[in-house]
Structure formats: structure tokens, C-alpha cells
Design a protein around this ligand. Structure first.
Ligand code: PLP
Length: 399
């Protein structure tokens, strides 16, 4: 390969510990390539990938249509900045708007950035549309994860992520997830925005109970508050619906997307209603890399595959099948099996790290969501046979 010198696995791991800031504990596997629901390592081992790069590679690895779109666009144009027009980003925006509650889109590069933008948009809306300066508080929820940048971290609940970087953005409070009374107490006339994941991912795969999001919508309307749904992890087909909030009789004012949207290339998107968009002006927000032609062509390829009803119906059916198989495991250590579509959590009465490690040794990649919860988020193209094999490996690991 031109200009590409290779290291063996031992060298790669040694270089990582020598040259990288140590913010991750990585498994000692070095992956070389992927195909569909499988990943391959330097030793030639094959793994069923039920982590999907943390709910990113929705079409699996090396999807042919995605590759063709990216190669074709790379041949033409990769980056010109947002100072000029290009066609791919308006075509992706059109798809997102025409298939959602939203009127307009702002593109960025990650989930954290999307949530940063959402918080800024909410602040601007309050100042311009309501005309007050002191309505700046944000309500988020226990178990939430919205990202690592200062604003997104300020609305992320976990102390372990927050404490080393205090002081964070002031005016944020955390209410218990799914608790209507607590939400009624937390949201008032000083609240600017409420941010919530319809399905909490990192917080243990917890699904919003019927009525909870509807109650938040009512409270936001009552107090003139922007309702933000963070669908960075649960959006774009993951739950078997295009948007996770389609499971509820409610739409937000702002929805943030990221992970699967460009099939593995970095992207974030903030979908907004016109009333919010109308308060933003040129210069209010921006990004050098965002909405580049390459990433947006990739996004179109992903969106066009996931959006059709037939594809989403299969995700729902496979998700139900996977949950049923996991329930039938009947291991004494399993406390709960829950989730939506192909975002599934299996809660144990003890830490799940040993199961994750044993499963990897047997050729299955799964991740955790907190200490005691196994998270399964296979590619949305996963087959019944692959689901059967994954459940079989988990069964073997439970002993
Ligand atoms: N929001 C949710 C619900 C997430 O799950 C994540 C990442 O896991 C983020 C935001 C942050 O996204 P990113 O890591 O792309 O900044």
C-alpha cells in the first residue's frame, strides 16, 4: 500500500503506550480489517462484532455501497470549508429534514459537538425569542451521557467523568430518569433546556418509560423550555425506528445525532425546528471540518440504506429475537434484559468485565454500559445465524 508502513501487533501495542495520551484501556487485539458483522485481527482471528465501534458501524464493515460512495467522492472533492457551497451536505440535510420533525440541520463532527451546539442554540432561543437573560438553567438526568467537551460534560451525570475537570458549566441539575414527579419539580421558569436520551446508552441501556418523554414535552411547553433529545446512540434505526422518539407520541425541539450517521466517519448533526433555527445568525456557530462533501456522501449512503421501512422492520424483529434469546439464557447472575431494537442491555448482579473478556477470547466483541450491564449493539445488518452464535458464546461464558 502506498506510503503505508506496517507494524506488527506487539509493536503497535508498544507504540500506543509510548506515544498516546493514556485516556483508554484498550484490549490487546489489533484489528486489521472488517467484513459485514465480522472483524479480523493481526493473528487472523475472526470476531463477531456486537460492539459496532460503540453503535457506529450500523451497516457493518466494508459495505460495498458505502465504499463506492466514499471512493467516488474522494476522487472528486473532500473539503472546501463552510465558506462555499457543496452539494452533498444539502442532500444529506434534505434527507434528515424530510424524514423527521425538523425544519433545518446544523452539521458538526461528533456527538459531543452536537450537544454543545444544542445547548448554545437553546440559550440563543431563550435570549432572542423569550427576551430574557436569566433563564439559563439546564435539566439533565441521572445516568445520562452526553459527551466529554465542557458543555456536554456539564450535562453528563457520572461523577468520575466530571470531577477531574470541575468547575463545569453552572446551572445544571440532574433529575432521576423516568421520574415524573422529580421532573415536575426540576423544570421551572428559570430552565432554558431539558436534555434527555430516549434510550440511555452509557447509563446502562435504560429505555424511557411510556409517558415520561410526553410529560417532559408538556413541562417544556408550559415553561417555555427547549426540549433536546440526544439520539446520538439510539437514533437512526438503532431502535428499529428511524428515530428512537417515534416509540413515543412526542417530538423534541432539537435532536442530536452522530455515531452511525456516516458509517464510521466523524459527523454530528443537530436537527432543529424553525423557531430555533430562526434565532441563529451567520457567525453564531460554526466548524471548520463539518459537513464536508466526503462525510456527507457517506452519510447519504448510510441514510438511504437505513431509512426504508423494510430495513427498520427487520431491525425490530431481530432486536426482539435477540432479547428473547438472552432471556432464555436463564443464568442465575442475570437481573434484567432490556433495550429497544438492537440496543440491548443485560444486567448482571456483578461486574461484566470478565464476561466481555471471555467472549472476546471466543470470538465475540461486546461492551459494557456501566459496571454490571453488558451492552449488545450489533450492526443493524446482523443475521439470525450471527445472533444465535453470539448468544451461544455468551451462554458458554456464563458457564
Ligand atoms: N451522546 C450520547 C447518547 C452518547 O452515547 C455519546 C457517546 O457515547 C455522546 C453523546 C458523545 O458522542 P461523541 O463521543 O461522538 O462525542
Amino acid at each position: 500500500m502506498v506510503g503505508h508502513s506496517s507494524l506488527n501487533a506487539t509493536q503497535t501495542i508498544a507504540y500506543e503506550s509510548r506515544y498516546l495520551v493514556p485516556t483508554y484501556t484498550r484490549s490487546d487485539r489489533v484489528f486489521t480489517h472488517g467484513e459485514g458483522s465480522y472483524l479480523f485481527d493481526t493473528a487472523g482471528n475472526r470476531y463477531l462484532d456486537f460492539a459496532s465501534g460503540i453503535a457506529v458501524t450500523a451497516l457493518g464493515h466494508s459495505d460495498q455501497m458505502w465504499i463506492e460512495a466514499v471512493k467516488d467522492q474522494a476522487d472528486q472533492l473532500v473539503h472546501v470549508s463552510n465558506l462555499y457551497h457543496t452539494t452533498p451536505h444539502v442532500q444529506l440535510a434534505q434527507r434528515l429534514v424530510e424524514n423527521s420533525f425538523a425544519d433545518r440541520v446544523f452539521f458538526c463532527n461528533s456527538g459531543s459537538e452536537a450537544n454543545e451546539a444544542a445547548l448554545k442554540f437553546a440559550r440563543k432561543w431563550v435570549r432572542v425569542a423569550i427576551g430574557v437573560d436569566n433563564k439559563t438553567n439546564i435539566v439533565a438526568f441521572e445516568g445520562s451521557f452526553h459527551g466529554r467537551t465542557m458543555g456536554a460534560l456539564s450535562v453528563t451525570a457520572r461523577q468520575q467523568y466530571r470531577d477531574p475537570f470541575a468547575p463545569l458549566m453552572p446551572g445544571v441539575s440532574f433529575a432521576p430518569f423516568n421520574d415524573l414527579d422529580a421532573a415536575r419539580k426540576a423544570i421551572d421558569s428559570k430552565t432554558c433546556a431539558v436534555i434527555v436520551e430516549p434510550v440511555q446508552g452509557e447509563g446502562g441501556v435504560r429505555v424511557a418509560e411510556p409517558g415520561f418523554l410526553e410529560c417532559l414535552r408538556d413541562l417544556c411547553d408550559q415553561h417555555q423550555v427547549i426540549l433536546v433529545f440526544d439520539e446520538v446512540q439510539c437514533g437512526l434505526g438503532r431502535t428499529g425506528y428511524l428515530w428512537a422518539h417515534e416509540n413515543y407520541a412526542v417530538t423534541p425541539d432539537i435532536m442530536t445525532l452522530a455515531k452511525p450517521l456516516a458509517g464510521g466517519l466523524p459527523i454530528g448533526a443537530v436537527l432543529v425546528v424553525e423557531a430555533v433555527a430562526a434565532t441563529m445568525q451567520p457567525g453564531d456557530h460554526g466548524s471548520t471540518f463539518a459537513a464536508g462533501p466526503l462525510v456527507c456522501r457517506a452519510g447519504q449512503a448510510v441514510f438511504d440504506r437505513i431509512c426504508p421501512t423494510k430495513f427498520l422492520r427487520t431491525v425490530r424483529a431481530n432486536g426482539e429475537y435477540l432479547q428473547d434469546c438472552l432471556r432464555r439464557l436463564q443464568s442465575a447472575g442475570i437481573v434484567d434484559v432490556r433495550g429497544s431494537g438492537l440496543l440491548i442491555g443485560v444486567e448482571f448482579n456483578s461486574a461484566v468485565k470478565p464476561i466481555i473478556s471471555a467472549a472476546a477470547d471466543k470470538g465475540l466483541l461486546i461492551i459494557n454500559a456501566g459496571e454490571n450491564v453488558l451492552r449488545l449493539c450489533p450492526p443493524l445488518i446482523v443475521t439470525r445465524e450471527q445472533i444465535d452464535r453470539a448468544v451461544e458464546i455468551i451462554r458458554e461464558c456464563l458457564g
